[in-house]
Design a protein around this ligand. Sequence first.
Ligand code: TXA
Ligand code: MG
Length: 334
Amino acid sequence: MARTLTIDGQEDTVLAEASAVLARGLPVAIPTETVYGLAADATNAEAVRRIYAVKGRPSINPLICHMSDLAMAEGYATFDPLSRRLAEAFWPGPLTLVLPLKPDSPIARETTAGLTTVGIRVPQGFAGALIAAYGKPLAAPSANPSGRISPTAASHVEAGLGERLELILDGGPATVGVESTIVKVEADGTLRLLRPGGLSADEIERVAGVTLTRGKAGAAAIEAPGMLPSHYAPRAAVRMNATEVRPGEAFLKFGADSVPGEDKAAAIFALSASGNAAEAASHLFELMKRADEAGVTSIAVSPIPSTGLGEAINDRLVRAAAPRPGPVTDEGTS
Ligand code: TXA
Ligand code: MG
């Protein structure tokens, strides 16, 4: 059973306790503005192997390296001018940049799953302070069993992984609510969107001055391998773009207009009554879990425009709705 420490009001104690657990090569669950992460010393191969083991994550799926600031990141990866501009504009924040690893970088092979590139981001809030205090980058995937919904509260981490962890840091609910946006500047200078997320494509394009390329590069079958079809799987089936609710379904509602069949819903959860995508993103995973816990066999979801954070929301919903490779269990599907 994990110990949960509330950060608020005892930051210095928590920094010391978390640093001590990290130094022993054990993972610690930490809050970030996107989702909770399962963090370990990115330079310690044994510690990183424990992350994969705790999550039941395939070891071919590389982890994001979290840094305290751009200066720290420059020590581990080579920045092209466009990547540096994006880092200066959006760090700390929900943007991950895939960059070439520096030769002889001390980042463990296990962190990058043997790739010559590394995904880097600088998180907001306490996580950044923890990395600065610890003095080394932290590898951290989302703190959920592989294949399940990402955690946006310490209680979600406890429910999914509590028995396999020593320490969970509670920083309150994640404010963004979906994982970071992942981009990569390719050798030919194009800017590729590897995963839509908590920073909208149009904000990135405004700073970059170029249009993002979507879709996989030729040889890159596993370019952002977390992007497997049935990620974020609740137990119930997910029915997107629902313009009516079927009897007994749970309903994730976007907007205020009443929808045919609503009165027969088992439960209704408001993603955003005002139709605001950022608000809906911040509630998405929590409400998917609650809808699932209502014990229904199907979750209907309102249509959500794919603009702004709607792109990330629809990406996660498509994965949640995808056919499952096998029975979904708490041990994960992958
Ligand atoms: O917001 C987030 O990004 C959260 C918080 C904890 O920071 N982390 C997160 O990690 O979502 P995870 O492991 O669930 O997703 C990491 C994604 C995977 O799709 C992985 O394939 C991709 O990042 N990735 C990591 N390193 C990469 C690399 N070198 N090249 C391409 N994709 C990479
Ligand atoms: Mg994840």
